[in-house]
Ligand binder design. Structure first.
Ligand code: GLY
Length: 369
């Protein structure tokens, strides 16, 4: 087992990464408890695959547990389910010093983290992420929240977990497409801040996707360490934390254009969005002309979508896509903020982007569809 410490002063915590952490969840969580009971919130698919294992892992250390099982999918990250979680925890008489467990992917982590943030003005919670995306991104850093009819993640709070247990054995149960979508967030870390990690992924990505447990653990550890370093510098996203949004301005527009459906998973949108961000950087003369094709070549080697032409069905035109970008949370004073790059591994945040360049990047990408 490996630990990444997130040194956030009074909100510091550990992220443990390794095989079998669910089986030893009781030993890991016991130090945080004032009474031997926890409340687990999860969803149907994860419950079917892993809930008994978690309950046994807790019981092995004398910890009893109650579970609330919600439907899977993005629509669970919403007001009605937030209310259901909060009311359930109140019915269960959960106290401020108790621990709630978010057991699932990003939807469950964000929803339960937000419920924990507002219940009794803040109860502690432990993240046990079960998707690659949640292990390397959403379970770390304390962003919690729900979607509303106005958009994604528009209501929420920063609420750091007390502990994160990333058991890499659960990744074996993911569908290959879901694993690769999570990989979109892994490779993003190489793109935003670590060229040598990108090179390591170019070399090891295919074996990691094929199931090599040592490589998977190292990829999760490295990603979590990079995320922790950024979150410690900028917990509430006043500056550097926005780097984690590399690929997201384009990616969110594509997700919106495809109706947040199975046509394009979030991590797929991020990976394509990174390619478009590198292309924009290249056309602005910031990055070498070869960088976007090198990025796309790696996505292709991984069997991932790399371009707009890989997305099934029709897409809006250039103006339509740019209008969808305008809905992004990163708009400030009416100006879009982009994460661009000086090289793969050296990204920066800027509002100073010539939109005619973005238009030409999108026009050329759409022309290949
Ligand atoms: N997923 C981006 C962040 O945590 O800031």
């Amino acid at each position: 087992m490996t630990t990444v410490h997130v040194p956030l002063d009074t909100r510091a915590y550990d992220v443990r990464i390794g095989a079998g952490l669910i089986d030893r969840a009781g030993a890991e969580i016991a130090p945080f408890l004032t009474r031997p009971k926890v409340w687990i919130v999860t969803e149907d698919t994860v419950a079917g695959l892993h809930l008994n294992r978690l309950k046994s892992g807790l019981a092995a250390d004398g910890i009893s547990s109650e579970a609330l099982i919600l439907p899977p999918g993005e629509s669970t990250k919403s007001w009605p389910y937030l209310m259901q979680v909060v009311e359930w925890l109140l019915d269960e008489k959960v106290e401020r010093k108790d621990v709630v467990i978010a057991f699932g992917g990003g939807v469950i982590g964000d929803l339960v983290g937000f419920a924990a943030a507002i219940l009794r003005r803040g109860v502690r919670f432990v993240q046990i992420p079960t998707s690659l995306l949640a292990q390397v991104d959403s379970s770390v850093g304390g962003k919690t929240g729900i979607n509303t009819s106005h958009g994604k993640n528009l209501v929420g709070a920063f609420h750091q977990p007390s502990l994160v247990l990333a058991d890499i054995t659960v990744l074996e149960t993911l569908k290959p497409r879901d694993f690769l979508a999570g990989y979109g967030e892994v490779v993003k870390y190489g793109g935003l801040g670590d060229a040598s990690f990108f090179e390591w992924l170019e070399e090891n990505g295919p074996a990691l996707a094929a199931g090599d447990a040592i490589l998977r653990k190292e990829a999760v550890r490295h990603s979590v360490q990079m995320k922790a370093d950024i979150v410690v510098r900028d917990e509430t996203e006043q500056g550097d934390r926005a780097l984690l949004n590399l690929g997201h301005t384009f990616g969110h527009a594509l997700e919106a254009a495809t109706g947040y459906s199975a046509r394009l998973l979030h991590g797929e949108g991020v990976a394509i969005g990174c390619a478009l961000a590198f292309e924009t950087s290249a056309r602005m003369g910031l990055i070498s002309q070869e960088s976007p094709s090198r990025w796309r070549a790696h996505l292709a080697a991984m069997g991932m979508k790399k371009d707009l032409s890989d997305i099934d069905g029709s897409l809006p035109d250039v103006d339509g896509l740019i209008a969808l970008m305008g809905q992004d949370k990163k708009v400030q004073d009416g100006k879009l903020r982009f994460i661009l790059a000086r090289s793969i591994g050296d990204a920066f945040v800027t509002s100073d982007v010539d939109m005619t360049v973005v238009q030409s990047v999108l026009k050329d990408a759409l022309a290949k569809c």
